[in-house]
Design a binder for this molecule. Structure first.
Ligand code: NDP
Ligand code: MG
Length: 386
C-alpha cells in the first residue's frame, strides 16, 4: 500500500481513537494532515504530539488558547471554531475520516467531499440530514464515499462486483441494544448509565443511546437508503444479538452474501482506510466454534418505534429525515442530562415530525436551516410548548 495522507474529523472520539490505533500500527502507511476535536484539549494535544499533523483544530473556539499552550514548542498549526473545522477539511488529504458526532459534522464532511477524493463516513447524522444534497455532491465531485458504519461497510463489501438491480433484499442487522429484552413498562425507567452500557460495542454516548432506542438502526436505515440505490422496499432490519453478522445482501437467484467479523470498529475502519486493498488489524480471528450460536429475530416496533419513524421519514421524503435527526439529537442530549425519561426520546421525535415538515432542502445552507428550526421545535416539544 502506498502512503496515504489522512485527515480525521472527530479524532478525540471513539471512532477517532480506533482509526488512530490502526494508524499507530501502520506508521509507514499514513501521514496525518489534520486532526480535529471539540472539547477534549488534553487528548487532542496528545494525539497531535504523537502523530504530528500539519494542523489541529478544536471546535470549541474558547479552548483554543489552552490547545496552543499544550502544543507550545511544536511546529503544529492550531485553529479553533466551526469555520476552522471546514478549512481543515478542505486541506488536501487522500482519505478523510468523517467521525464527528451529529449534524455538527455536516459542513466539514461536505467540505471534505468537495475535495473529490475519498471520504470514509462514520458520521451518519450528516448523511441522514443532508440526504440527496450530500449524494449529489459526491457524484458531482467524483468523490469515493466509503461507509465506516459496520452495517453499511458490510453491505458495501457484499455488493462489490454485483449489479444493485439484482438485489432482492438488503438486511441490516441490529444488536437490539441493552434493552432488547426489557418489557415496555420497564423502558420508561431506563437510566442514562444503563443506556450507554452497550452489550457488544464500545462507542460514544450519543450512538450508545441511539442503539438503546433503536434510533441508531432507524438512522442506519436512512443511511442505507442513500448509500445503496435499491429502493426503500428492498431494505429491512433483523435483530441479531451477537453482532457477528454485520449485514447481508440477498440476490434474485436466492444467494445471500453476508459479512462477518468481531464487534470491533477497527475492522470496518481498516476496510475503508485500505480500500480497495486490505490492511492488518490486531483483531482476533473469528472463532465461530467458540461463538457457537448466531440467532436472529424480527424487530419489535411496538417497544421500539424508532425504526418505524425512520421508514416513514424516508417515505415522506424532503426534510423529514433531517427533522427526525435533529429532534433525536436534542432529545438524546436531554436524556443524557437527566431531564427526560428514556421513552420520551422517540416520542419527542414523533411529536416534532407530526407538527410539520419544511420543504425539501436543496443545498447545504438549507439543510442547516431545517436542522436549526427542528432543534427549536424539539426543545418546545420537550417543555410541552409545541
Ligand atoms: P464520540 O462521542 O466518541 O466522538 C465524537 C467526536 O466528535 C469527538 O471527537 C468530539 O470531540 C467531536 N465533536 C462533538 N461535538 C462536536 C461539535 N459540535 N463540533 C465538532 N466536533 C464535535 O462519538 P463516536 O466516535 O462514537 O461516533 C462518531 C460518529 O461515528 C457518530 O456519528 C456515530 O454515529 C458514528 N459511528 C460510531 C460508531 C462507534 O462504534 N463509536 C459506530 C458506527 C458509527 P470532543 O470529544 O473533543 O468533544
Ligand atoms: Mg452501525
Amino acid at each position: 500500500m502506498t502512503i496515504r495522507t489522512l485527515t480525521i474529523l472527530g479524532a478525540t472520539g471513539s471512532i477517532g481513537a480506533s482509526t488512530l490505533d490502526l494508524v499507530r500500527r501502520n506508521r509507514d502507511g499514513f501521514r496525518v494532515v489534520a486532526l480535529t476535536g471539540h472539547s477534549n484539549v488534553a487528548v487532542l494535544a496528545a494525539l497531535a504530539r504523537e502523530f504530528a499533523p500539519e494542523i489541529v483544530v478544536i471546535g470549541d473556539e474558547a479552548r483554543l488558547p489552552e490547545l496552543r499552550e499544550a502544543l507550545a514548542g511544536t511546529q503544529i498549526e492550531t485553529a479553533g471554531g466551526a469555520q476552522a473545522l471546514i478549512e481543515a477539511a478542505q486541506r488536501p488529504a487522500d482519505v478523510t475520516v468523517a467521525a464527528i458526532v451529529g449534524c455538527a459534522g455536516l459542513a466539514p464532511t461536505m467540505a471534505a467531499i468537495e475535495q473529490g477524493r475519498t471520504v470514509a463516513l462514520a458520521n451518519k447524522e450528516a448523511l441522514v440530514s443532508a440526504g440527496g444534497v450530500m449524494t449529489r455532491a459526491v457524484a458531482q465531485h467524483g468523490t469515493t464515499l466509503l461507509p465506516v458504519d459496520s452495517e453499511h461497510n458490510a453491505i458495501f463489501q457484499c455488493l462489490a462486483g454485483n449489479d444493485p438491480a439484482h438485489v432482492r433484499w438488503i438486511t441490516l442487522t441490529a444488536s437490539g441494544g441493552p434493552f432488547r429484552d426489557w418489557a415496555a413498562d420497564r423502558l420508561q425507567h431506563a437510566t442514562p448509565a444503563e443506556a450507554v452500557k452497550h452489550p457488544n460495542w464500545s462507542m460514544g454516548a450519543k450512538i450508545s443511546v441511539d442503539s438503546a432506542t433503536m434510533m441508531n438502526k432507524g438512522l442506519e436505515f436512512i443511511e442505507a437508503y442513500h448509500l445503496f440505490p435499491v429502493g426503500v422496499d428492498r431494505l429491512r432490519i433483523i435483530v441479531h444479538p451477537q453482532s457477528i453478522v454485520h449485514s447481508m445482501v440477498e440476490y434474485r437467484d436466492g444467494s445471500t452474501l453476508a459479512q462477518l467479523g468481531p464487534s470491533d470498529m477497527r475492522v470496518p475502519i481498516a476496510s475503508a482506510l485500505a480500500w480497495p486493498a486490505r490492511m492488518n488489524t490486531p483483531c482476533e480471528p473469528l472463532d465461530l466454534a467458540a461463538i457457537g450460536t448466531l440467532t436472529f429475530r424480527a424487530p419489535d416496533e411496538v417497544r421500539f418505534p424508532a425504526t418505524r419513524l425512520a421508514r416513514e421519514a424516508v417515505m415522506a421524503g424532503g426534510a423529514a429525515a433531517a427533522v427526525l435527526n435533529a429532534s433525536n439529537e436534542i432529545a438524546v442530549a436531554a436524556f443524557l442530562a437527566g431531564q427526560i425519561g428514556f421513552t420520551r426520546i422517540v416520542q419527542c421525535c414523533e411529536d416534532v415530525l407530526g407538527s410539520g415538515v419544511p420543504s425539501p432542502p436543496q443545498c447545504l445552507d438549507e439543510v442547516i436551516a431545517v436542522d436549526r428550526e427542528a432543534r427549536v421545535r424539539a426543545h418546545e416539544a420537550l417543555v410541552g410548548a409545541l
